[in-house]
Design a protein around this ligand. Structure first.
Ligand code: NAD
Length: 439
C-alpha cells in the first residue's frame, strides 16, 4: 500500500475503530503495533471522551490536567456520590476549560453506582479520583469495559483490594489498555533524573532509605444533624481507615512510592513498626492514627525507615534521604553529594499535566502504558505499614499482601452500617497494638 493509500484508508476508519485498534495493540506482534502506532498518529485529531469519577479537589484538578494534556480531549461525563460535589466541580471545570467541557445534565451521575453509568456513557478514558476504598472495584469495572484509566493514589486500602488491582492491571495489559497512576513524582523530571542517577550507581550501593512525611494536622469534618452514619463517614472519609487506609496510606504513599522505586519495585521481605494517636481531636478524628514509624527490611540488607506524623505545632519535614556506599541523595532537592556531586538544573515541569500527557500519548500512539504493578506495590507498602503498626507485629510481605482483612462494608448504601461504628461516647474504636489481631 502506498503512503497515500494508507493515509486514505486511515481516514476512512472510524474513530471507534481507532480506539479499538489502539487498545488491541498490546498483545500483537511488533509489526502490528508499528502499523497501529502510525495510524493512531494520523488520527491525532480524534476526540477522546473523558469521564471523571470522584468530583472532589483532586478529581477536578485531574480533569483539568487531562484537558490540558490533549487539546482534542473533552470531558463528557461526571460521577460522584454527592450531588453538591459534582455540581461545584462541574462549575469549576466549565470556568477553567470551557471549550473542552461537554458534560450534559444527562451525563451527570450521582450515587454509589454512578461510576457504572459513567462507564456505560461512551467514554474512552476514565479518571478515578474518589476516596481510595472504591478504587479496586471501579478500576476493575473500567478495565472490563475496555476503558483507559488515570488512577489516583492510593489504589486500595487492604490486601484483597491490592490483589484485585494487580489482577485488573494484568487484564489491562492483555487488552492493550493504558493505566497511568497518580503517583505523580514518577512523572516529575527532576525526581526522575535524580532517582535514575541513583539507580545508575551515583551514590554507590544503597544502604538505607529515610522517608519522612511530617506535617500539620489535616482536615476533619463535623457531623451534621441530618446525616446517616454512612453519610457522615463518607464526608469525613480521610479520618476512617476503611475509606482512606489511614494517613500513612493516603498521604505518605508518595514517600513510600519513592522508596519502592529505588528498590526496583521489589517488595521488602518484612516490616515492623510503631504508631498511635497522641493528640486528641475528639470523635471527628475517626479511627486513624496521627503518627507512624515503620522499618521495611529488604532481602539485600537495605532498610527503609519511614516516619509520618500529622500533628499541629510540630517540626515539619517531607524528605527522601538516600544513603549509599559512595554518597547520599536528597530526592526532592534533586541533589546528590559524595564522590559524584550533582544538582538538577532542568525545568521542574508540571508533573500533574505530564502524567496525563503520557496517558494520551500512549492511547493515541497505540503504545499502552501500564503503571499497575508499581501503584499496587507502593500502596501495599503503606497498607503493610498500617498493619504492623495496628497489630504491633512484625509481618512478612507475603503475609501482608495475602491478608484476608477486607475493609469494605457489607453494602455500599447510605443506610448501610459502615465497618466502624461510634461507641456510646461518640468516639470510634482505634486499633491497639498487641491487642488488634492481624487477619
Ligand atoms: N496525586 C496527588 O498529588 C493527589 C493530591 C490530592 C488527592 N489525591 C488523591 O485523590 C483522591 C481524592 O482526594 P480529594 O482530595 O480529591 O478528596 P475529595 O474529598 O475532595 O474528593 C473525593 C470525591 O470522591 C467522591 N466519592 C467518594 N466515593 C465515591 C464513590 N464511590 N463514587 C463516586 N464518587 C465518590 C466524594 O464525594 C468526593 O467528591 C484520594 O485518593 C487522594 O489521595 C492525590
Amino acid at each position: 500500500m502506498s503512503n497515500r493509500d494508507e493515509s486514505r484508508a486511515t481516514t476512512r476508519s472510524t474513530r471507534r475503530n481507532f480506539l479499538k485498534t489502539s487498545t488491541a495493540a498490546a498483545g500483537t506482534a511488533a509489526l502490528g503495533s508499528l502499523a497501529i502506532g502510525r495510524s493512531a498518529h494520523a488520527q491525532g485529531s480524534d476526540i477522546l471522551k473523558v469521564g471523571l469519577v470522584g468530583c472532589g479537589g483532586r478529581g477536578t484538578g485531574a480533569a483539568v490536567n487531562a484537558l490540558n494534556a490533549d487539546k482534542n480531549a473533552k470531558l463528557t461525563a461526571m460521577a460522584d456520590v454527592f450531588e453538591d460535589r459534582l455540581k461545584s466541580s462541574r462549575e469549576r471545570i466549565i470556568k477553567s476549560k470551557p471549550d473542552q467541557m461537554a458534560v450534559t445534565d444527562e451525563n451527570c451521575f450521582i450515587g454509589f453506582d454512578a461510576y457504572k453509568k459513567l462507564i456505560a456513557s461512551g467514554v474512552d478514558v476514565v479518571v478515578l479520583a474518589t476516596t481510595p476504598q472504591f478504587r479496586p472495584i471501579q478500576l476493575r469495572a473500567c478495565v472490563e469495559a475496555g476503558k483507559h484509566v488515570f488512577c489516583e493514589k492510593p489504589v486500595s486500602v487492604d490486601g484483597p483490594g491490592t490483589r484485585s488491582v494487580l489482577e485488573s492491571a494484568e487484564l489491562a495489559k492483555k487488552k492493550g489498555l493504558s493505566i497511568v497512576s497518580g503517583l505523580c513524582w514518577r512523572y516529575h523530571p527532576g525526581v526522575k533524573e535524580t532517582i535514575g542517577r541513583i539507580l545508575d550507581g551515583a551514590i554507590g550501593d544503597i544502604v538505607a532509605i529515610q522517608e519522612t512525611y511530617l506535617t500539620g494536622a489535616l482536615w476533619k469534618r463535623e457531623r451534621q444533624p441530618d446525616q446517616t452514619e454512612m453519610q457522615y463517614q463518607m464526608r469525613n472519609w480521610y479520618n476512617f481507615h476503611w475509606l482512606s487506609g489511614d494517613f500513612n496510606v493516603e498521604q505518605h504513599i508518595h514517600s513510600l512510592d519513592k522508596a519502592g522505586w529505588l528498590m526496583g519495585d521489589e517488595p521488602p521481605v518484612s516490616a515492623w513498626g510503631t504508631g498511635g494517636r497522641q493528640v486528641d481531636a475528639g470523635p471527628k478524628h475517626g479511627d486513624i492514627y496521627d503518627h507512624h514509624a515503620v522499618c521495611y527490611e529488604y532481602a539485600n540488607g537495605v532498610r527503609a525507615y519511614s516516619y509520618c506524623r500529622q500533628q499541629a505545632g510540630c517540626w515539619n519535614n517531607v524528605t527522601d534521604v538516600i544513603l549509599g556506599t559512595k554518597g547520599r541523595a536528597n530526592v526532592l532537592k534533586f541533589q546528590i553529594d559524595g564522590e559524584k556531586e550533582w544538582r538538577y538544573k532542568g525545568k521542574p515541569g508540571n508533573m500533574y499535566d505530564l502524567e496525563h500527557e503520557a496517558l494520551f500519548a500512549a492511547i493515541r500512539g497505540g503504545k499502552p502504558i501500564n503503571n499497575g504493578v508499581y501503584m499496587a506495590r507502593s500502596t501495599m507498602l503503606a497498607v503493610m505499614g498500617r498493619m504492623v503498626d495496628y497489630t504491633g507485629q512484625q509481618l512478612t510481605w507475603d503475609q501482608a499482601i495475602n491478608s484476608k482483612e477486607d475493609l469494605s462494608p457489607k453494602s455500599y448504601s447510605f443506610d448501610a452500617e459502615p465497618p466502624v461504628m461510634p461507641g456510646p461516647d461518640g468516639r470510634y474504636p482505634m486499633a491497639i497494638p498487641g491487642v488488634t489481631k492481624f487477619v
